[in-house]
Unconditional design. Structure first.
Length: 298
């Protein structure tokens, strides 16, 4: 459904779809996203902001997205929020012009650095991994505050982690939500979970030594607790890694983890181009599909 052009055009117009997506995003505007971010301030949960959209077809559109993110960084500063931004490279021209894309990245990283924040690069489907890592390595050389997302279900990811470690990277590890072939990605849940835990444990000592910033982008609290147990057994602090979860998912668990001493970040997505992103959220867990169906009949 995420890749179906007909559904992409028509489904977002239906009222039940717009009701359902509200579970995962507070609204389509940056102002709504920032208002939602304010609600996490009292419980010590900081924020990641991402403006939804991908695979733009014009450089003018990519330029507009970059300008939007500069505005977001200014608004975050004005509100005094502890918030960072995360973007997709195809939002800012990766399909069209690598140099223009890098120019946007460098300018945004410099802007984010003014407040000591990280500019995060989201990872997209497997055909984009090599180019995304190429741009990340280039950006990291000039802007230490650059971060990258890696997907545990890709078979190549352990090699990518080892290649990035000398850069003292900032890595957000997610399971992966694109429909990838078995030749490049693990397909079974047990395999993905095992890969995720193995990669987390691999990176944990580097994070504890300050050589890597590690974000665990998962709602699977069993995995989070396993990594935490490994940290305790190795006499490493649980603050060596962050737990990064989406807005609207397991909010009680986010608050519980924060109260228990974990570093927790909430990723708030917003924007009109939510369809493909939302379909991937539904694909992650059957419970999400059941929730969407309840909106259809409710």
């Amino acid at each position: 459904m995420a890749g179906n052009a007909f559904l992409r055009r028509h489904l977002p117009r239906l009222p039940f779809a717009r009701r359902a997506v509200r579970r995962f995003m507070p609204g389509e505007t940056i102002e709504e996203a920032l208002d939602a971010a304010e609600t996490f301030r009292p419980v010590g949960i900081s924020i990641l902001l991402t403006h939804l959209g991908e695979n733009l077809t014009s450089l003018e559109g990519a330029d507009a997205v970059a300008e939007h993110y500069h505005r977001v960084l200014n608004l975050v500063r004005a509100r005094g929020l502890d918030a960072e931004v995360s973007l997709k490279l195809t939002q800012i021209g990766l399909d069209l012009d690598m140099e223009r894309t890098y120019g946007h990245l460098a300018a945004l990283a410099a802007h984010a650095a003014e407040r000591g924040g990280t500019l995060w690069i989201d990872m997209e489907s497997s055909p984009y991994v090599d180019r995304s890592l190429e741009l990340y390595r280039r950006l990291k050389a000039d802007h230490p505050n650059a971060g990258i997302c890696l997907q545990a279900y890709l078979r190549r990811t352990p090699t990518d982690v080892h290649s990035l470690l000398p850069l003292r990277p900032q890595i957000r590890l997610v399971k992966g939500a694109y429909d990838e072939p078995a030749s490049v990605a693990f397909r079974r849940r047990e395999e993905v979970d095992a890969a995720y835990q193995s990669l987390s444990v691999l990176m944990l000592p580097h994070a504890a030594r300050g050589e890597l910033r590690l974000g665990l982008g998962t709602h699977d609290t069993r995995l989070v607790e396993r990594v935490a147990d490994h940290a305790r057994a190795a006499n490493l602090p649980i603050t060596a890694f962050e737990v990064q979860m989406l807005y609207g998912i397991r909010t009680d668990e986010q608050r519980r983890l924060a109260a228990s001493g974990f570093v927790v970040k909430n990723l708030i997505a917003y924007g009109e181009a939510w369809y493909a992103w939302y379909m991937r959220r539904l694909a992650e867990r059957p419970a999400n599909v059941l929730f969407a169906l309840r909106q259809l009949f409710g």
